[in-house]
Every structure is written in structure tokens, then in C-alpha cells.
Design a protein. Structure first.
Length: 279
């Protein structure tokens, strides 16, 4: 599988790759805020050969007030998890979830950040796979441990100070829903609102109604209207650094390298010295 500039692979192309005998490691990253049943859903049906990835414990360090709800995992811990998934150096990786990649993008981002070059998202996720007529299997997949070696730092990361600065010097995108950005609702974190200067760019608007990605032209128009242009310094945050990775992925599709504020609003809002804007 050649590395696509878009980072996407369709269901039919993936089925062809798997049928050819190519070594493609499939990662099932089903997770939703407030829903602890991703593993149960995986056991009931997943792509053949896919390994379940626990976002809360394998794609994040333990939550804390100082670091947020999904801090970046320690590199050694991430490497142990990736080896449990069966990853070897040079493997092709495809991550997916139940739909549009909002949680799978976290695996894409972390593996790219950790130096794995061939990582793609399944466009349309499990839904797109089954609607294309491809089979699923049930039960647990436990591959032989892999030998992948990870190295941190291949993608840019922001801390709180850098995010605050970027909101004034570049474009800082807030990928949460509008009502949270505006401060009208905050179901999870201690304060409502957004980082002063940030621009709202809800993650779901990266997708079409059938949970596939907008094409590059539509994405370019979307982000251009938000002030993102070639050469602009761009950062992205969300509630806890999960769905923001989806917007980093969307920007990558149009040639924009964006930095992830991993602590996101869950870290920012727990620091009383950090201001919160509303409206």
C-alpha cells in the first residue's frame, strides 16, 4: 500500500489489499465520550483480523487535573501497546471506528507522531465497510507481539502557553461543538467557553452525511473561510485532544501541517489562571 497523500483508504481498496496477502495491521478504535462499551461492540463484529485498541488506556496516559482527560501516553507505554497490537517496523496500519474516524484519528495521530509513516484511516469506518458488502468477524483477535520501535516528535504539539500565543499570532481552531465553544453548555469540564482568540471549527463538519470525509476542495474552502491559508501557523484543540486529531488529519489532507494542543480544554479549564472567553 503506497502512502496516500490523503491518508485515507476506501473499503474496496482495503479489501483488495487484505485479499492480496499484504501485511496490513487493522486497529479498531471504537470509543465515544461517556460510552464504555467499545470493546463489547468490537467483540460483536469487527473487520477480519482487527485488533481492539483501548483509547482510554492505550492511546492516553491516566487523566489528571494538570494534564487533562487524555494526556499523551508515555512513549514506552505506547510502544508496548503497539507491540501488543502486533505492529512490526515497516507495517502498514489502517485505523477505523464505528463511523467517521473521530476516535480512530487519535491512533492515526499518535502513530504518526511516534514515527510510523504508513498509517491511514478507513473512510467511512465500519459502517462504510459493511455497506460495501464486506464481511465482519466476531470475538477477540490476539496477534503475536510485534517488534515496532517508536520515536516521539514527528508531528508538532502545543502546550497551553504555545496555544495561547498561537491564538494571537496564527489560527487556533477549537474543534468542539458550537454550544461548548460559545460557553452555552459544558457537560464535562469545569468551565464553559473557549481559549481567547480561538476560532470554532466543529470536527463533525469535516465529514459528509454518510460519515466519509469531505473532498480536498471542500476541506480547503472550509478551512480557508476560517482563516487557514498556506503558510499560516495552525493549531487545533478540542475537549481532551481526541477529536482534534481528526481536524489535524483533515488539514493534512489539504497540505496544512497543524499542531495538536494535547491537553485541550480539559487542561486549560482546570487552570484558574487561564482565561475563558464566551460568545
Amino acid at each position: 500500500m503506497s502512502e496516500s497523500p490523503t491518508g485515507l483508504i476506501g473499503a474496496d481498496e482495503l479489501a483488495e489489499r487484505l485479499g492480496s496477502g499484504a501485511r496490513v495491521r487493522l486497529l479498531d478504535v471504537r470509543w465515544q465520550l461517556g460510552d464504555p462499551h467499545g470493546h463489547r461492540a468490537y467483540l460483536e463484529g469487527h473487520l477480519p483480523g482487527a485488533v481492539f485498541v483501548d483509547l482510554d488506556t492505550e492511546l492516553a496516559a491516566p487523566p489528571s487535573l494538570g494534564e487533562g482527560r487524555h494526556p499523551l501516553p508515555d512513549l514506552d507505554a505506547l510502544q508496548r501497546a503497539a507491540r501488543r497490537w502486533g505492529l512490526d517496523d515497516g507495517d502498514e496500519v489502517v485505523a477505523y471506528d464505528a463511523g467517521g474516524g473521530l476516535s480512530a484519528a487519535r491512533a492515526w495521530w499518535l502513530l504518526r507522531w511516534a514515527g510510523v509513516s504508513s498509517v491511514r484511516l478507513l473512510d467511512g469506518g465500519l459502517r462504510g465497510w459493511t455497506e460495501a458488502g464486506h464481511p465482519v468477524e466476531t470475538g477477540e483477535v490476539r496477534p503475536e507481539p510485534g517488534n515496532v520501535t517508536l520515536t516521539a516528535g514527528a508531528l508538532p504539539v502545543l502546550d497551553a502557553d504555545a496555544a495561547a500565543e498561537l491564538a494571537g499570532t496564527g489560527v487556533l481552531l477549537d474543534a468542539r461543538a458550537a454550544e461548548r465553544y460559545l460557553g452555552r453548555a459544558e457537560p464535562v469540564d469545569p468551565r464553559a467557553g473557549h481559549i481567547p482568540g480561538a476560532v470554532n471549527a466543529p470536527t463533525g463538519e469535516n465529514l459528509t452525511p454518510d460519515a466519509t470525509f469531505l473532498d480536498e476542495e471542500a476541506l480547503a474552502a472550509r478551512f480557508g473561510a476560517l482563516g487557514v491559508k498556506e503558510g499560516t501557523a495552525v493549531g487545533v484543540y478540542c475537549g481532551s485532544g481526541v477529536t482534534a486529531a481528526h481536524t489535524v488529519f483533515a488539514l493534512e489532507r489539504i497540505g496544512i501541517r497543524a499542531a495538536l494542543y494535547a491537553g485541550s480544554w480539559s487542561q486549560w479549564s482546570n487552570d484558574p489562571d487561564r482565561p475563558a472567553a464566551t460568545g
